[in-house]
Design a protein around this ligand. Sequence first.
Ligand SMILES: Cc1cc2nc3c(=O)[nH]c(=O)nc-3n(C[C@H](O)[C@H](O)[C@H](O)COP(=O)(O)O)c2cc1C
Length: 219
Amino acid sequence: MTVSPESSGSPSARDAAELTAAEPAAGDLSGFEVLVGVCGGIAVYKVCSVVSQLVQRGAGVTCVMTKAATRFVKPLTFEALSGRKVLTSLWKPQFSYDPQHIKLTNSADVFLVAPATANMIGKMACGLADDTLSTLLISVDCPVLVAPAMNDRMWENKVVADNVARLRELGYHFIGPAEGWLACRSVGRGRLEEPEAIIKKVADMLAERCKSATERGKA
Ligand SMILES: Cc1cc2nc3c(=O)[nH]c(=O)nc-3n(C[C@H](O)[C@H](O)[C@H](O)COP(=O)(O)O)c2cc1C
């Protein structure tokens, strides 16, 4: 949403611009289901905006939070933004009495992991499934987009780099991390990619999935 220089000074024009920006955009993601796996990193607050904007664009969004993630932001925030229950435990049936990790992954079109911690990337690379999110991640058969965020030294750590390389090799998609100001008050590579870029990548992956399904249907 852009506001022309002439109109940006007037409060009524500014209010109108804010209102328009908050309205659902074209609704071009309706019909798609996005799973969002939220890990325990300081960048969780940016993922709130990603979830909100995906919902505004019409996507059905279900969030799954690790225990560490819930120390940064309460599940309530993601529940309010997505309009759905947030999964935090495999053992509490929050959706139905079917095994939730299977039920949820059946309907997902894209699985976004953001912020992806060094810990979760390590678990994914080793096929570990010791909590809700990691169990969902090895049950899913849709494309997975990983948006890492961590301190620059963590990102450059050889083990983390090997884990990322392995996941890339296996076909996981990555976005970021970007370079810039880090929460540890230094500058380097490790920032979560900006919400707009993450949303664009999710939308591109959904479009690609749609295209492949259509092509499969024609074959
Ligand atoms: C204030 C704070 C900020 C943190 N930020 C990050 C981060 O940005 N990236 C990361 O990989 N770990 C970060 N951690 C460490 C993770 O929270 C920790 O490794 C945790 O076990 C991750 O659990 P999860 O992968 O299950 O969410 C942070 C920890 C604290 C206390």
